[in-house]
Design a protein around this ligand. Sequence first.
Ligand code: SF4
Ligand code: SF4
Length: 477
Amino acid sequence: MESESLLTPDERVLPTLNEDGSRRWLSPRPSVGKFWHGRRVVAYLLIVIFSAIPWIRINGRPAMFLDIVHREFTLFGKVFLPTDTLLLGLLMMIFFISIFLVTALFGRVWCGWMCPQTVYMEFLYRPIEWFFEGKPGKRKPKNFRGLRKVLRFVVYFIVSLHLSQTFVSYFVSADHLSHWILGSPFDHMTAFTVVMVSTGAMMFDFGFFREQTCCVVCPYARMQSVLLDRDSLIVTYDPSRGEPRGRKKRASKEPGGDVSLNVLELGDCIDCTMCVQTCPTGIDIRDGLQLECIGCAQCIDACNVVMDKIDRPRGLIRYSSQRTIEDGKHQFWRPRVVIYPLILLVVIAGFVTVLVNKESTDVLLMRDKGLPFNTLSSGEIANQLRLRVTNRTDHDDVYTLSIVGPDGVRIEERYSTLEVKAGKEESIKFPIFALPRLFPDASVMIFVRVTNSDGSYTKDLKPFKMHGPYWKEDPDE
Ligand code: SF4
Ligand code: SF4
C-alpha cells in the first residue's frame, strides 16, 4: 500500500503521460487563424526549399553537398575542405550565436515555425491523417477504419521515403541519388540501407513518437531556461484578463436589462479548454511558460475564435513577454540583446576575413615518419619529407616543387611535380638530398618554392630544417 502511494504521482508529470504512466495519445484539434495561415505558408516554403536545394547548382557545384566520405563540404557553391577547420568552426559559431540571439528575442519561434519536426508533423503528416481518418471531433464513420489506417501508413511510407531520399541527397549529391534510384539496390547497399533506416525512423517519429520528440528528446527545449529571459517574446496567457476563469451566464442584451453578477465577477477565460485541445504537445498554456510549449501559436488562434464568439477583445493568449504580462512593461535592451550581436559581428567579420584571404592553393611541407636522416653511400644526406597540396580552384593543376637554396640541396625530378584535381587534395612522399658540408650544426634550413602550371600561384614555403650528422671540415683536405 505504501509503495503504491510512493509510486503514484499526485498529478500528471508529463502532458503526454497518463497518471498511471501509460501514453496519453493526443489528437490536437485544428485551429485556423492568422498564425496558422502564416505558419502554413512558411512550412510549405521550407519544404520546397529543402527539396530543391540538392538540385540547385551555383558555379557548377551543388548549392549544398556534405560529402562526408571525401571530407568535403560544399555550401552555396563554395567548397570547404578538411584544411578549412577554422572556417567551419566560425560558421558553426555563427549558427549557434544566431540561435541564442533569435531565442532571446523571439523565444521558440524556430520550434513553432521552422523546425522540421513541427513543419512535417503539422503540415504534412497530420493533414494526411485527417484526410484518411477525419479531424478530431469530426472523425469518419467506423467502417473501413482498418483499411483507412493501412492506407494512411502507405502514404506515410511514400512521403517518408521521399523525405529521406532528399535528406540523403545532401550527403551523396542529387545526381548520384537519381542514378541509384534507377539502379539496383545491390549496387549501392550502404546508401540504400541509410535511406531505408531513415525512412523507418521518420515513420516511427511522425506516425508514433510525434510530440514526444519535442517533449522528451529535443535538447533545444532543455536549453530554453538559459536562452530565454523575462523579456523574450513567448506565447503566453494573460491571467490579469482571463482570471478568475469560468463559464459565464448569458447577460441580457437589452438596454438596462439584467446583467448577471457572474459575468461581472469572471475574467475573459470561459474555461472552454479550446487552447488545450488544440495544443500539439497537450499542455495548458494557462499554467504559464512550460518546457513543452513549442511556441506554435495554435492556442492563440483557438482562443481568438472564442473571444470573437463571446464578443471580447482578441489576445487573451498572445505573443508577449513574461515581464509585460506581469508588470505591463517591456524592456528591449538588455545585456544579451547587446552582447550576442556584438559577438556575432566579430565572428562574422573573422569568417569573412578568413574567406576573402583564402588562397587558391594550400601547401604543407612536413617531415615524414621514420629516421630523421640517412647517409647515402655517395656521402649525401637524405631526409624523408611529405608535401600536401590542396587545389581549391575549379580546374585540375600541376604543381612544381623547386629548391631555392642553399646550393648543394636537391630533389629528384620525378618527385618535383604533383598533379591535383580541382577541389581535391594530394600528397607525395619524397627524399631530399643535401651535401654533408651543409651540416656543421647538424641541421640546415632549406628554402622551397611551389608553383602551379601557369605561374599564377607561387609560394615560398616557410624555411624547412633538414637534419644530418655533424660535419667537421677535415684539416688535411
Ligand atoms: S481558449 Fe481562451 S477562453 Fe478557452 S480556455 Fe483557453 S484561454 Fe480560456
Ligand atoms: S501552449 Fe500554445 S504555443 Fe505552446 S505548444 Fe501549445 S498550442 Fe503551441
